[in-house]
Design a protein around this ligand. Structure first.
Ligand SMILES: NC(=O)C1=CN([C@@H]2O[C@H](COP(=O)(O)OP(=O)(O)OC[C@H]3O[C@@H](n4cnc5c(N)ncnc54)[C@H](O)[C@@H]3O)[C@@H](O)[C@H]2O)[C@@H](O)CC1
Ligand SMILES: Nc1ncnc2c1ncn2[C@@H]1O[C@H](COP(=O)(O)OP(=O)(O)O)[C@@H](O)[C@H]1O
Ligand SMILES: [Mg+2]
Length: 276
């Protein structure tokens, strides 16, 4: 398995073209955040905005609207059970579903609606509760441009491979049965694209705190919205997440997702203006 090279950041994150506007940098929709887990959707959306997505919308429980607007005025918001969501989805470049969505009946209805509405050209990121729902309810998904982001327990639910038995070979075989790319998150995250696999050489136990995966979802959404769905952009997103965390962990016992998100614009500007 190849290690993600540090140079992938400079390769992917380039200076922005002068003749550009917010539409140039992609539209992202985050679907998630029930009454209990609103923070997950807020962290994912924040990471998408701070990693440079041009326009970010959030479909969430209405109880989260005020908090989202207060924390992230850059984002637009729609109730996640609004039937209009079906019309909004096809206008997006990237749809990320699952952070804090929950696994009740309403969550399943929202997920099913979203899977029906997503169009072939869109990148679909499936995380958190959406993975658990797909595994538990045995929902079918054939969307080729899917990025799955399970942690090891979610991967156990989805693949049937116990955490103990999750090695490169068995993960690779199970990932090949799913459409798109699978990012199996652990202390050393592995990425299985349809053609290749990569290991993240970075990461620190200071990242072991709630919301860190929601943050990765937002970075993946922001990167694929701007740089396309390709191996380099996915590797760069995973690497950036851990590289910022490692830098912060030099002086912080635990790295808060919100602190990591704050560092994204600066880290990306440095990547865009220095040579590998
Ligand atoms: N502030 C918030 O609103 C937060 C909401 N969250 C949401 O809560 C929902 C449930 O997700 P959870 O992941 O908490 O619950 P899960 O039940 O899916 O998984 C957590 C369990 O898996 C175990 N586990 C084993 N290996 C692991 C690994 N490598 N990484 C992570 N966990 C591992 C943990 O010890 C824990 O017992 C998701 O929708 C998620 O997005 C979480 O992201 C936490 C923060
Ligand atoms: N000990 C660790 N070393 C390196 N990375 C870690 C460690 N613990 C957690 N992470 C990273 O933090 C993220 C946690 O994701 P996840 O468990 O989905 O969090 P949440 O759902 O709470 O947002 C993953 O990207 C994982 O690789
Ligand atoms: Mg998670």
């Amino acid at each position: 398995m190849k290690k993600i090279p540090a140079s992938c950041i400079n390769q992917v994150v380039q200076p922005r073209p002068p003749e550009s506007h917010k539409g140039t940098f992609g539209r992202v929709l985050v679907i998630g955040g029930n009454a209990q887990f609103g923070g997950a959707a807020i962290m994912a959306a924040s990471a998408a905005v701070y990693s440079g997505a041009g326009l970010v919308s959030v479909a969430t429980d209405p109880v989260n609207h005020t908090a989202l607007h207060a924390r992230l005025p850059e984002a637009m918001v729609i109730p996640y059970d609004d039937p209009e969501l079906k019309k909004l989805i096809p206008t997006m470049d990237v749809v990320a579903i699952g952070p804090g969505l929950g696994i009740d009946e309403l969550a399943e209805t929202i997920l099913t609606r979203a899977l029906e509405a997503v169009t072939e050209s869109q990148t679909l990121i499936i995380d958190g509760s959406a993975i658990t729902l797909i595994a538990d309810r045995q929902l079918m998904l054939t969307h080729a441009k899917t990025v799955w982001t399970p942690h090891q327990m979610e991967w156990q639910r989805l693949s049937g491979i116990t955490i103990k038995a999750q090695d490169e070979h068995s993960n690779q075989q199970a990932a090949a049965k799913l459409p798109g790319t699978v990012i199996v998150k652990s202390h050393r995250t592995q990425i299985f694209t349809p053609t290749t696999s990569y290991e993240n050489p970075l990461g620190t136990p200071a990242m072991a705190t709630g919301g860190m995966g929601d943050t990765l979802v937002g970075i993946l959404a922001g990167f694929t919205a701007q740089f396309g769905l390709n191996d380099a952009a996915l590797c760069a997103a995973v690497y950036t997440h851990s590289a910022i965390a490692e830098a912060l962990a030099k002086t912080n016992y635990v790295v808060l997702p919100s602190a990591l998100i704050q560092q994204l614009p600066q880290y990306m500007q440095q990547a865009a203006t220095t040579r590998a």
